[in-house]
Design a protein around this ligand. Structure first.
Ligand SMILES: [Zn+2]
Length: 102
């Protein structure tokens, strides 16, 4: 088994997310929505910001307020919420690639 980890947050919930124009498999981290072909690292939302978003979400603050306070775009925020919904494990998804630690 591969041991893919998100280069951003070290999360292990990495899902396949289509292909780059080069034909390379692209991956999406469910924890921080970081997208990568896993050999090309681009700055994205920091893990600290993601944690802050999580905390604010549990405080029932408006989404717009969260974006303003944390300094993330609404686009990112929507994608993040979507990834949270998808993370709820109800059944195994053939598209899903979950790698264990190590
Ligand atoms: Zn991540």
């Amino acid at each position: 088994m591969n041991s893919l980890k998100c280069p951003q947050c070290r999360g292990v919930y990495i899902v396949k997310n289509g292909h780059a124009h080069t034909g390379k498999q692209r991956y999406l981290c469910r924890a921080c929505t970081y997208q990568s072909t896993l050999n090309h690292i681009r700055p994205s939302i920091s893990a600290e910001k993601v944690e802050l978003v999580d905390r604010l979400l549990s405080e029932r603050i408006s989404h717009r307020g969260i974006c303003r306070v944390v300094g993330v775009s609404r686009t990112w925020f929507r994608r993040y919420l979507q990834s949270l919904i998808q993370t709820v494990p109800h059944r195994s998804d053939p598209q899903e690639v979950v790698f264990s630690k190590g």
